[in-house]
Write a protein of this length. Structure first.
Lengths: 409, 392
């Protein structure tokens, strides 16, 4: 019998995971739980303090100024109160993609029986995204020959800017936590997020590449089309809440049915579920993610509208994609899952923003899960799906909601 | 030439105008898209020039030769055993079958008796390699359609197990050089047969997983059913063989119709589908994995406990008698034929490989027309070409 020097481990069969490994998995869950406890405790203890802290600082500085015998001009405070929320949004938008990308890498890896990043940052590649970001910053910025330099330069900016602005009226937990209070918050978010299409078209056209043109045109057609069922799916929500303000919609979902089920819009029988599913599907399409990622369809168009981008410009498209995913999930959490409301009042010791981010990341998980499970649709079937399936059902749903609304009143 | 018609091939052969100039000669709603040779889904260095009307293909011209190494000419300067390692490089996804096909031709010339143990080993290795090749197809076809995860399952888990088995068997994972003239190079190591049996059981379970994840996925079926239909008559007239032919409803399998080796001993069915679309081409390969598992089960069960692995072949100065021989077997992509002419010397006088990928690729320019860019990728993927074999 031939015995070679090649020592080979036997085939790995999932059902035969060694007992030691299983023990290690179990232990890692225990360790994670123990680590999470103080974090939950700290968050519960802090509660709304970080937000109140800002007001306290204002009040304190006013007092200090009064003691010193002069008064801080009111406009100073106004400027601060305007600037601070936006600093918060911008910082959030820098941090969120860093976490989301890592999270997506890890979830995708585990769906695909891989480990994912394990090295950078020691703990399961926690700093991998930061390393990637540094790499992208240091990369050469290439503008292809024959490109329209102005369009090519401004496209990523125009894609990213609306993504940031959209976060302005989002209540991060409570009505008061919205950086800006808008009575037409929902309309504002949906409207501004539609602006990014222009950037995609610019990127597609300005790159002087046929793949980019195809990608850009696909993206434009897709995003404009899916905007419609998405908005119509939200009409029942607005009808039930009676307001377009995101905070108002969130507050309209307070309370419990029969003391058990929270009055979130997703739990409104039939109407709520149809609306949520249509919203979820068209949001995935809006963010150009996998069953609908025709705009960048790697196997067909190499990379679609950002084929000819490199370095930080490419990263800006990437950031916009993750920002929009985060936005779609945040909107989903506010509109359908009660925003920062706990699942049961007895759990309200966990502050609202923790609930909010928990729901957002649960939705993000669904996005990632779908992405790594489904193949890509074809461009004409995508349009058919939008116009012949989603849109009629969204309209039927509006009618249903109206009927139920009438019956109730 | 009338406005809007471009003979791409003629232009290219004449070293003709650049794409930009050609675009001007297209009608104003058409454009030329150059796909490859560097493109994520042309499976190597194939180049296809597409004339598009919007996203619809009106003309497709494949351009080959980016991987040409002159293997057939090289054969004329290699001794007979030396050439086996070059057959590995033809279709690098099922190198075992390539080895086998070439060795079969030499054995035909020399009229060698092959020991039963060696013949069974050839079938075991060949069928394992066929499964490995089809697994890679399932994975990459999934990627072409946009599903990334099945790739990691088929390619990263099951195919890896087969490569591990091969590594134990012959020390190599891609280019095996395992089948030799008159037999095989290595005997099975201890416990290998049990490991292979275990793998076959595992593989059967995994097929259900692929079905759930990919084969019957509504989006996947939507993308592949009725796409790129290749009719029975067209397939025969192009000389297409292998799974692509069987997907068009022709139950032609050399293992059944013209059994070589010990195939006549084993029970198995020929996987056939009727419609000739992308989904059928996919499903034929998926069914073939099932059938290969059946053959493997029987072969591993009836594996002779002892015996020679190499027939009576001279170790050095191998000189087949002058003459010619043509051998063919059912490769993972179709009929894999080797035509060999010997002048009685140390090296072949002439060698020709009937590469199934090359012949299957010929149908491409006809079945691509009328489909969208996304379908081009699906059709190209479903034909399952290996550029190493196309260009040789």
């Amino acid at each position: 019998m031939a015995k070679g020097p090649w020592a080979v481990t036997g085939p790995w069969v999932p059902s035969q995971t060694p007992a030691a490994l299983r023990r290690r998995y179990f232990m890692s869950f225990v360790v994670l739980g123990v680590l999470l406890l103080p974090i939950v405790g700290l968050v519960a203890y802090l509660g709304d303090r970080p937000w109140r802290l800002i007001e306290d600082v204002f009040a304190l500085s006013n007092k200090a100024a009064a003691l010193a015998g002069f008064q801080i001009p009111a406009w100073h405070l106004d400027v601060l109160a305007t600037v601070l929320p936006f600093v918060f949004v911008i910082v959030l938008m820098q941090v969120a993609p860093i976490f989301l990308v890592w999270w997506e890498m890890k979830i995708a890896a585990h769906i695909q029986i891989r480990m994912g990043p394990m090295w950078v940052g020691r703990f399961h590649g926690a700093l991998q995204t930061i390393a990637d970001g540094i790499k992208l910053l240091l990369k050469e910025d290439i503008v292809p020959r024959g490109a329209d330099r102005k369009l090519h330069f401004w496209a990523p900016v125009i894609v990213v800017a609306p993504a940031y602005v959209c976060f302005a009226p989002i209540p991060f937990g409570k009505t008061g936590f919205a950086p800006i209070h808008l009575d037409v918050g929902l309309l504002f978010v949906l409207g501004v997020s539609g602006l990014s299409v222009i950037g995609l078209l610019m990127a597609g056209w300005g790159s002087n590449s046929k793949y980019s043109v195809l990608g850009g045109l696909r993206a434009a057609a897709q995003m404009v089309s899916y905007e419609i069922p998405r908005v119509i799916a939200l009409v029942p929500v607005v009808m039930w809440a009676g307001t377009l303000s995101l905070g108002g919609i969130m507050d309209a979902q307070a309370g419990l049915w029969h003391g058990v089920l929270p009055r979130w819009f997703i739990f409104y029988p039939v109407v709520g579920q149809i609306a949520f599913i249509i919203y979820l599907i068209s949001s995935i399409a809006e963010t150009n993610r996998t069953p609908f990622d025709l705009a960048e369809a790697e196997s067909e168009l190499t990379s679609g509208f950002h084929t000819e981008y490199s370095g930080m410009k490419w990263a800006m498209f990437f950031m916009a994609e993750y920002a929009y995913m985060f936005l779609a999930c945040a909107l989903g959490a506010v509109l359908f899952l009660g925003g920062g409301a706990p699942i049961h009042p007895s759990l309200s010791f966990i502050p609202s923003y923790a609930w909010f981010f928990l729901k957002v990341f649960a939705l993000v998980f669904v996005f990632i899960w779908v992405r790594w499970t489904y193949p890509r649709m074809r461009v004409d079937r995508l349009m058919e799906f939008c116009w012949k399936f989603l849109l009629p059902w969204a309209l039927v749903n509006v009618a249903l909601a109206g009927f139920v609304f009438l019956m109730r009143s | 030439m009338p406005q809007g018609t471009v003979n791409l091939t003629a232009d290219k052969l004449a070293g003709g105008p650049s794409f930009e100039t050609k675009m001007e000669r297209l009608s104003e709603h058409e454009m030329l898209l150059n796909m490859g040779p560097q493109h994520p889904s042309t499976h190597g260095v194939l180049r296809v020039v597409l004339r598009l009307d919007g996203e619809v293909v009106t003309q497709a011209v494949p351009d080959l030769g980016y991987l040409h190494r002159g293997v057939e000419k090289l054969a004329e300067n290699r001794t007979y055993p030396q050439f086996i390692i070059l057959t590995d490089r033809d279709d690098y996804l099922c190198a075992m079958l390539n080895n086998w096909s070439y060795c079969m031709a030499v054995e035909k010339l020399m009229k060698v008796e092959i020991p039963e143990r060696a013949d069974t080993l050839r079938i075991i290795a060949g069928e394992l390699n066929r499964i490995a090749s089809h697994l890679l197809f399932i994975g990459t076809f999934g990627i072409d359609i946009g599903a990334f995860t099945p790739f990691l399952y088929a390619f990263g888990r099951e195919r890896e197990m087969i490569l591990d088995l091969f590594e134990q068997l012959c020390g190599a994972r891609i280019t095996y050089n395992y089948v030799r003239i008159g037999g095989v190079s290595n005997d099975v190591p201890e416990g290998w047969i049990e490991k292979a049996k275990k793998f076959v059981q595992h593989m059967k379970g995994c097929l259900k997983e692929y079905d759930n994840l990919l084969s019957y996925n509504p989006i996947f079926m939507d993308r592949t059913k009725g796409i790129g239909v290749l009719s029975k008559e067209k397939a025969i007239s192009y000389g297409i063989t292998g799974p692509n032919l069987r997907a068009s409803g022709v139950p032609l399998d050399l293992r059944k119709q013209a059994p070589y080796g010990l195939y006549s001993k084993f029970q198995f069915d020929v996987a056939v589908r009727q419609n000739g679309d992308c989904w059928d081409r996919y499903m034929v390969r998926r069914d073939e994995i099932e059938q290969s598992c059946r053959i493997l089960e029987q072969a591993l069960e009836t594996f002779p406990a002892a015996g020679e692995i190499l027939g009576k072949v001279p170790r050095a100065n191998l000189r087949p008698p002058a003459g010619e021989a043509y051998s063919q077997l059912e490769g993972a992509r179709g009929w894999l034929g080797v035509y060999l002419v010997s002048d009685g010397g140390l090296t072949p006088y002439r060698l020709h490989v009937r590469a199934p990928s090359f012949i299957n690729l010929a149908a491409l320019q006809e079945i691509l027309v009328g489909w969208k860019v996304a379908d081009v990728v699906a059709i190209l993927g479903s034909i399952d070409i290996v550029l190493g074999e196309v260009d040789r």
